[in-house]
Structures are given as C-alpha cells and as structure tokens.
Design a protein around this ligand. Structure first.
Ligand code: BYC
Length: 310
C-alpha cells in the first residue's frame, strides 16, 4: 500500500540511491521534477537569446567563436533537460506548448536586456556563476537522469564562467571606457543574479518537499550565500564595485547583502520584466519558422518506418 511504498522510497533516498525512470515514486515527486526540469530546460533555451543577440557584434574572432560555442552549449543543455523531463512521462510537445502559451516559467534572469558587449562577460561570470552553484547542488539530487545531466552541464558551464570572468577582468584593467562598460554591466546584473536563485527560504513554498526528497540538497538562501561569498570578493578585487551599499563581510566570513527587491522579482516572474514579451515572441517565431523542419523529420521517419504509415 501507499504508506509502505512511500517509506521504501524515502529509505532509498536516505541511503543515497538514485531514483530511476521506471521506479515507483510519489505523484508529487514526479510533478515537482517535471516542473523544475522543464523550467530549467526552458531557461536554457530562452537563455540563448540575450547572448545570441551579440554573436554578430562580437569584438574579435576569438570572442565570437567562444560565444557561438557557449550559445550552442545552452541549446545542448536544453536538449538533455527536455530528455530528462520526458523520462517522467511528459512529452516535448506538452512542455513547448506550456512555454509558448506563457504558462510555464523560465528563469527570471533572461528577461533582462543585454545592452552592451560587457553584458556578455558579465552574464558568464555572474549568471553562469549563480547557475553553477545551484546546479552543483542539483548534481547531487535524488533523481538519476537529472543529477547526471547536471554533472555534464556543470562541466560545460565552468568554461562559460571562466570565459566571462576573464573578459570582465580584462575590461576592468582596460581603458576608462572599457572599465565603465564593465561597471555598468555589473551594476545591472548583480541584483538579478541574486534573485535568480529564488525567493528567501521563508517564501519558498516548494523547498520543503524538495529537500525532504533530496531534489534540492541546499536551500535557496544557502546557495545564494555561497554565490556571494565567492563572487563579491573576486569582483571587488578587480577594482570594480558592487551596487549594494550594505554589502559587507560578517565576522564569520560571510558576505552579507542588503535587501533584495522582491517586488521586481515577482513582477519579472509574472511576465512583466523588461524583456518578457520579446523573449516569448522570439521563441514563438522560432517555433513557427521551424515547422518545416519538424514536418521534414516526420516525412523522413515515415519513409524509413518498416510499418507503412497512413
Ligand atoms: N525565475 O518555491 P520556490 C543557465 C518560482 S539556466 C523564475 O523557491 P523552487 C543559463 C518557482 O518556480 C539555469 N521563477 O521554487 C542558460 C516557484 O513557482 P512555481 C536555470 C522562479 O523550485 C543560458 C516560485 O517562484 N537554472 O544556467 O523550490 C545562459 C517559488 O519559488 C525563480 C534552473 O532552472 C526564478 N529565478 O526553487 C546562461 C535551476 N525562482 O513553479 C546560463 C533549476 C523561483 O511553483 N531550478 N521561481 O509556480 C531550481 O533549482 C529551482 O526551481 C529554483 C527555485 C532554485 C530556481
């Protein structure tokens, strides 16, 4: 019966075993994972847009090649994650429909514009930096396909993080104009990067069950603290500043931040951020313009099929 199965399931998680696609799982575990993994997949795909906008305007061939590789990696991450979600019984079409209709969430961070080239370095350093902290935690998660996807994604994002950091450091040491561009980008991305890691623990309704079942192994605030502790001192060491007058290191060594503007966060999550409409429009356009590719794939599959299709 249910209570027994649940106890077995929880005992497996407590032993550190991975739950695999065919295994028994509570419906709520499945629902939470479909929610999180599909949102994560959408974030990767929508996340290609802010950086993709700068591929044609990269300042050198080297930077252009790096950016193309990074954006292509993000498409690949979306693919692994859609596949991981499919193992839970949801189809790619259902997930895409949820994204394109505006029902599904994706990370708030990608609803901000990329105004200058320095934003590209800053996204690598801060956004990938925040993503890695969250995903290193998720690589330990109890669902096998998600945890394995995270291991590979984190390896690739470590490269994304390093190229961003290298770029921002170069501009911080560059001409006054370059330094000013880097500072402006840090000023605009710092707070959204902190918000990206989710609401404070007290306002995070999903955390309790996710932590209980080993999907999240750390809370939103814990991951945010790890992110700040690594990034605040490194950014300050470049001579750039952070847009938080209350930021300071406490006696325990933790870097403490001032209040986060959660009103802004919920407005972005609710569809009213600076770029929400453009992002969804771009995904809808890509879907419509890609219809012929899906049709061609189906026609090709039908030709190859040993069973004649109607
Ligand atoms: N944006 O109970 P909570 C990347 C929602 S992409 C939007 O704390 P949870 C990259 C949340 O969904 C990496 N919504 O939620 C790609 C929930 O609403 P629902 C993206 C957010 O799930 C390209 C409600 O707020 N990473 O690296 O326990 C270029 C309450 O929150 C956000 C992932 O997707 C947000 N930021 O914790 C460069 C990681 N935060 O769904 C880089 C996977 C919260 O109940 N996701 N909400 O209606 C997670 O780890 C968790 O879902 C979160 C939130 C930590 C984000």
């Amino acid at each position: 019966d249910y209570a027994l199965r649940l106890a077995e399931f929880e005992a497996r998680i407590a032993r550190g075993e991975k739950i695999e696609p065919g295994d028994w799982m509570p419906e709520e575990y499945r629902r939470q994972l479909v929610r999180m993994i599909s949102q994560h997949a959408h974030s990767e795909v929508v996340g290609m847009l802010p950086e993709g906008a700068w591929i044609t305007r990269a300042p050198s061939l080297k930077r252009k090649m790096i950016l193309i590789a990074k954006v292509q990696d993000e498409a690949g991450h979306g693919q692994y994650l859609y596949h991981a979600a499919e193992t839970l019984g949801i189809s790619r079409e259902e997930m895409l429909e949820a994204l394109l209709s505006g029902r599904a969430k994706y990370s708030s961070i990608f609803n901000y514009p990329t105004l200058t080239w320095a934003d590209i370095g800053t996204i690598g350093w801060l956004v990938d930096g925040a993503a890695i902290k969250n995903q290193t935690m998720l690589a330990q998660c109890s669902y096998g396909p998600y945890s394995r996807a995270m291991v590979r994604i984190c390896a690739e994002e470590t490269f994304h993080h390093k190229q961003g950091k290298e770029m921002v450091i170069a501009y911080a040491k560059g001409t006054p104009k370059q330094r000013q561009m880097a500072q402006d980008a840090i000023n605009r991305w710092w707070w959204p990067a902190l918000m990206m890691l989710g609401p404070h623990d007290a306002d995070s309704p999903n955390s309790e069950v996710l932590i209980r079942w080993g999907v999240k192994t750390k809370s939103n605030d814990t991951v945010r603290q790890e992110f700040i502790n690594e990034h605040a001192p490194e950014i300050l060491a470049t001579g750039l500043s952070l847009p938080d007058p209350e930021l300071h290191q406490d006696p325990q060594g933790n870097w403490r931040h001032g209040p986060i503007n959660w009103e802004e966060f919920w407005s972005v999550v609710g569809g009213n951020g600076p770029m929400n409409k453009e992002r969804l429009e771009a995904r809808r356009r890509a879907h419509t313009e890609g219809a012929w590719v899906r049709e061609a794939l189906e026609a090709y599959a039908a030709k190859k099929s040993p069973i004649p299709m109607a």
